[in-house]
Design a protein around this ligand. Structure first.
Ligand code: PRP
Length: 210
């Protein structure tokens, strides 16, 4: 049986851009471009098989070897610290992790800061470095609501265009880290399919917009 490289693609708009990058790099898979609900697509001739995966799950598939390579946001890599190789910054899906709050917010440092977020590890590390006590409020989405309803003092979240913050009267207080999509690899897969994966990385690197 021919060896194929299993690729976990993040389902959604970013994933489509990422697939187009693979296509431009010479790893097209025409079946994936048909509109249907299938999740697995293979082009045996190109030794490649793609899966559509929920973006926040890509790193899990890759870490556990269900996929050899995949594309995950730096936010997920920083938060969950999967044991994978980070091979290439694709310079797309760019945004930043930031602290945001209501316009009139000022941290008096008198009481524990209440921080609402989907990224508790990133938030904790950021405030540990400042020696600031925080109380993390774990939410799964619509984080911007928390300060509006008095559930938290600040949020730690992704800011892309800034329009969600603006629409809700919030402002960025501090930037934490820039984020972009990264090509990652399973450590064993990288060893056993080294030639194939290195070819992919080389071809993908040529497609990265500077
Ligand atoms: C993300 C993030 C912000 C928004 C930022 O949410 O959590 O809410 O995008 O984008 P913007 O700066 O361009 O407005 P997402 O759409 O992933 O949904 P969520 O509410 O489920 O987190």
């Amino acid at each position: 049986m021919k060896t194929v490289v299993n690729v976990a693609l993040p389902k959604g708009r970013l994933g489509e851009k990422v697939y187009n990058m693979f296509k431009a790099a010479g790893y097209e898979c025409p079946a994936i471009e048909e509109v249907n609900r299938k999740l697995v697509f293979e082009n045996e001739e190109k030794s490649i098989r793609y899966f559509w995966v929920k973006p926040s799950d890509v790193a899990i598939y890759v870490e556990r070897g269900a996929a050899d390579i995949g594309v995950a946001g730096k936010d997920i890599l920083l938060e969950y610290r999967p044991d994978v190789y980070e091979l290439l910054d694709l310079n797309m899906g760019k945004c930043r992790m930031a602290v945001a709050a209501k316009q009139d917010f000022a941290d008096s440092r008198e009481s524990t800061l209440r921080v609402a977020t989907k990224f508790p590890y990133i938030a904790q590390c950021f405030y540990d470095k400042k020696c600031r006590d925080i109380d993390i409020i774990n939410l799964n989405g619509s984080i911007e609501l928390a300060p509006l309803l008095g559930l938290s003092d600040v949020i730690v979240d992704i800011v892309e265009t800034g329009s969600t913050l603006k629409a809700n009267g919030l402002v960025v207080v501090e930037d934490i880290v820039p984020i972009s999509a990264r090509l990652i690899a399973n450590k064993a897969g990288y060893k056993f399919k080294n030639g194939l994966i290195r070819n992919i990385v080389e071809k993908m690197a040529e497609q990265v917009e500077k």
